[in-house]
Design a protein around this ligand. Structure first.
Ligand SMILES: NC(=O)CC[C@H](N)C(=O)O
Length: 558
């Protein structure tokens, strides 16, 4: 992940010191390069004779993951144009067409292309709207003297904003800097822009200066969800509630899901470059790792990634378990023969992860898989807590912290590596995954109906209830705290990618009738596969993962 930072200041120097701690945080996110660009301009509001000097400073750190070189940032427009682009993102497609080479450079060159028939602002907005993929961006458009900033429509990358109390400066940053408090998250509900010519006097009246540009350039239709696609709200099953889909029809929906997931994964796992300073210590070529609870979603991702990643590369599966003093006390009360392994091996996710690891190894021979078991003693959690607290700011609840701590240690990727055997062994040496791309199965539960409350909604109000519950869930993905998760994980110079949140895949999933995804009306399916996320389970079954396909979901709700 990259780190981006920008300051617009009315009285600051052109190049304020970033501060050691913030600079370090940004460099943790983007270890491959750090660059800065400054601009000073005279802002003159219409009808106003007085002008105001504005100092703009842009900083980017780069985690280079696209193309065959490190695309240094901030990216600059052609020489006559003083535009500056700070890009923390992966533009997978422009207007539906895959992007080859470095996406940041491709974006920058699009922004600076001539466009004689389109007003400047429409040109810029059109380009940002055409991007499919996660991003946080700050773009200074020198032609129109505007600063654009925002996050993609699903909010997959972090961007915070801070306004100085005296109106002297506005700052943007991937992570909170100095001062440590007072930052707010930029909402992912559109792209924002600031007309610098209106910024005379102070920046106190910031809300008046900012414009929000919607992701869609027309009024959204009623069933539009997350500005991505139309939700299929059909609640009447053509053949009646108790009728199972015809095997042939079901088979072709599973085919479609497979091809959608494969195209999403192809963008995310193929052509991941080797780290620029090739890990001298790394004894194996691993560029992609999977955040691995052993559940259905991440196991399917691992299985399909195997079909795309060259077999010369390994794939790491990262599973985290925490020492919980209360549970450890209970564990120690058990008779000795019940305590053959260590405490971490009793955690439910560890048990499923080992099972799924064994199944993957069997179904994908020829791949070098590693299960990395990450065990975190209580003192270690406590020692890292202040770092995680500051990374997740402005999120600050206990719930935020416990989720973020798990993601933080998973992303660090340091644990015991199991290759040949999936059975626990004592005193294994520690290793760290060299992979800089991490895959997460997030989104599958919302898209395909994996939570217990989806079943409850069906029992309460049939397909109509289920439709409403799923529609709400998908609509909330964009507010699902992905910014917080990004801040916690990127700390280790890693980038998390969400194959289930690919715009095309989301559009496909929400376009299916609910019974094609999770038919709670058919409790007994002929395959013995349960209703929650049935379509994904059927895919797992087809791919040689019968155990993962039938694994029961543990989480009660979200
Ligand atoms: N990780 C990032 O956000 C870097 C930006 C860009 N995709 C690159 O690889 O250069």
């Amino acid at each position: 992940m990259c780190g981006i930072h920008a300051v617009i200041s009315v009285n600051g120097t052109a190049s304020p010191d970033l501060g050691g701690a913030l600079k370090q945080s940004l460099q943790n996110r983007g270890p491959d390069h750090l660059g800065q660009a400054c601009r000073t301009l005279q802002a003159t509001a219409a009808g106003n004779t007085e002008s105001q000097a504005l100092h703009l400073t842009f900083t980017s750190t780069v985690l280079a993951l696209r193309g065959d070189h490190i695309a240094q940032q901030p990216l600059l427009g052609p020489s006559a144009d003083g535009s500056v682009l700070c890009w923390n993102g992966e533009a997978w497609r422009f207007d539906g067409q895959p992007v080859s080479g470095n996406d940041g450079e491709a974006l920058c060159s699009r922004l600076s292309q001539p466009h004689p028939d389109t007003p400047r602002q429409d040109h810029v907005l059109g380009i940002f709207r055409s991007i499919q993929g996660p991003f946080a961006v700050v773009y200074y458009d020198d032609i129109d003297r505007r600063v654009y900033y925002g996050r993609d429509r699903l909010g997959r990358r972090s961007l915070l904003v801070h306004r100085a109390d005296d109106g002297s400066a506005i700052s943007f940053s991937s992570v909170a800097g100095q001062p440590v408090t007072g930052w707010t998250e930029v909402p992912a509900d559109g792209l924002y822009s600031l007309n610098l010519d209106a910024c005379t006097g102070t920046l106190v009246d910031y809300t008046r200066l900012v414009e929000r540009h919607m992701w869609l350039d027309e009024e959204p239709e009623m069933n539009m969800v997350s500005n991505v696609g139309l939700f299929n709200a059909t609640a009447e099953k053509p053949d009646g509630n108790d009728c199972q889909l015809q095997a042939q029809e079901e088979g072709s929906i599973v085919d479609d899901l497979e091809s959608q997931l494969m195209s999403s994964l192809k963008l995310r796992v193929v052509d991941v470059p080797e780290p620029p300073r090739a890990h001298a210590a790394a004894d194996r070529d691993v560029r992609v790792a999977i955040l691995f609870s052993g559940g259905l979603d991440c196991t399917v991702l691992a299985r399909l990634a195997h079909e795309l990643v060259p077999t010369s590369q390994g794939l790491d599966l990262i599973n985290v378990a925490f020492e919980n003093p209360r549970l450890v006390a209970q564990y120690l009360k058990q008779p000795e023969e019940a305590r053959k392994m260590d405490f971490y091996e009793t955690c439910p996710d560890r048990i499923t992860a080992r099972k799924a690891f064994a199944e993957l190894k069997q179904s994908c021979p020829g791949r070098s898989w590693r299960l990395i078991t990450v065990n975190i003693p209580f003192e270690e959690t406590m020692a890292h807590k202040p770092t995680v607290v500051s990374l997740i700011h402005p999120h600050d609840t206990e719930m935020d912290l416990s989720i973020a701590i798990a993601l933080y240690f998973a992303a660090r990727g340091t644990g015991h590596a199991y290759t040949a055997s999936h059975v626990w062994q004592p005193s294994m040496p520690l290793t760290t995954t060299p992979a800089r791309v991490l895959l997460s199965g997030l989104g599958a539960d919302e898209l395909f109906g994996g939570y217990a409350r989806h079943d409850i909604a069906y029992k309460r109000a049939g397909y109509e209830g289920l439709v409403e519950e799923l529609r709400l869930d998908v609509g909330r993905i964009g507010q699902r705290n992905l910014g917080r998760d990004d801040r916690a994980m990127s700390h280790w110079g890693k980038e998390v990618r969400f194959p289930f949140l690919d715009e095309e895949l989301v559009r496909f999933a929400i376009g299916l009738p609910v019974w094609a995804k999770c038919d709670f009306g058919i409790a007994e399916h002929e395959t013995g596969i349960e209703p929650a996320k049935r379509i994904l389970r059927l895919l797992a079954d087809r791919k040689g993962l019968p155990i993962a396909a039938r694994e029961k979901k543990r989480a009660v709700s979200s």
